[in-house]
Write a protein that binds this ligand. Sequence first.
Ligand code: MLT
Length: 404
Amino acid sequence: MYKINDNFLKLPGSYLFSTIAKKVREFQEANPDKTVIRLGIGDVTQPLAPAIIEALHTAVDEMAHQDTFHGYAPDLGYEFLRSAIVEGDYRSRGVDIQEDEIFVSDGAKCDCSNIQELFSVDNRIAVCDPVYPVYVDSNVMAGRTGTYDAQTQTWSDVIYMPCTAENQFVPELPKETPDLIYICSPNNPIGSALTKEQLQVWVDYANEKGAVILFDAAYEAYISEEDVPHSIYECEGAKTCAIEMKSFSKNAGFTGMRLGYTVVPKELKQGEASLNAMWARRHGTKYNGAPYIIQKAGAAAYTPEGREQLQKQVAYYMNNASVIKEGLQQAGFEVYGGVNAPYIWLRVPAGMTSWEFFDDLLARANVVGTPGSGFGPSGEGYFRLTAFGTYENTVAAIERIKAL
Ligand code: MLT
């Protein structure tokens, strides 16, 4: 008789954003006359930039002709995209990353959740708290997290590193030693970012302890401050301890197109075992490559026109972030984030839990956000709003909240 992977049964409820979607659906069914504004999941709303659309059209036309048709993509991604990434995201910033250290995929979410397969089940993970739920949930599925305590909403084998207003949202080095350290900067959900100096502390720590940092840089395009690094490889020694994951979702509006990449440096080794070779083996076995037309569209993000158009898109969303931040501050909220990231993190009114605030905001303002406790125990008492809505909806949502 078959046996299931009963680690799945340990996961509480459904995935955070599925729970929210269900609640909103039920609210809409009960209140069909209400116009709900969604500032919950960080999904983009602006259409693809013209340079990307043009690249898509061209690639689609190529697929219609025998001599330009493309079947399976190369394991690691097309050379044209990997070299555009290396040049655009690394060499142009003085960071030495090679084409064969780049693995093109269908998005950072898959890479963030799959990367743990490289490590044995008895590795201990450390996560910031609050945290993007995918890191913990994927380790639960792999059997790496121990037992769940519903009271504290924590897993017994996970090392939580609280990030709250009290420590300026900067994780402190943990007392127990982790093997795998997840860091997201600019941060989802808080919207804060580590400076190069702060990140260097983690790189030094990981090298000293023999740990690996799994660095999620999905929101890199939103960095506005000089001292915030765009890649962990700007820190000295990061190539021997860090894997970096990046996405085209937030900087190029690819949430519905699916494209991302992971950097596994060749220096990253455990004895003779190269993590780069292991990930290449895994990629080649389990994945047949992002579609040609999507990779072509991704490469267009690195052309001069593409870059200019995408910078405008990022500025559009960051303008929304200012609208949210300033509006909430005027309404008397304590507000964080929104400077190097498209997320605003606010403290909910005293006496309310994050979920109570979610329900109240949905019922009275018909605005959807994300309860901080959904991202971990230290998220309790906080709430996240995304700047990825349209400008009009963002302004309307803030007016509604202020009117409460
Ligand atoms: C979020 O809202 O946290 C993100 O959009 C989720 C994701 O990128 O998968």
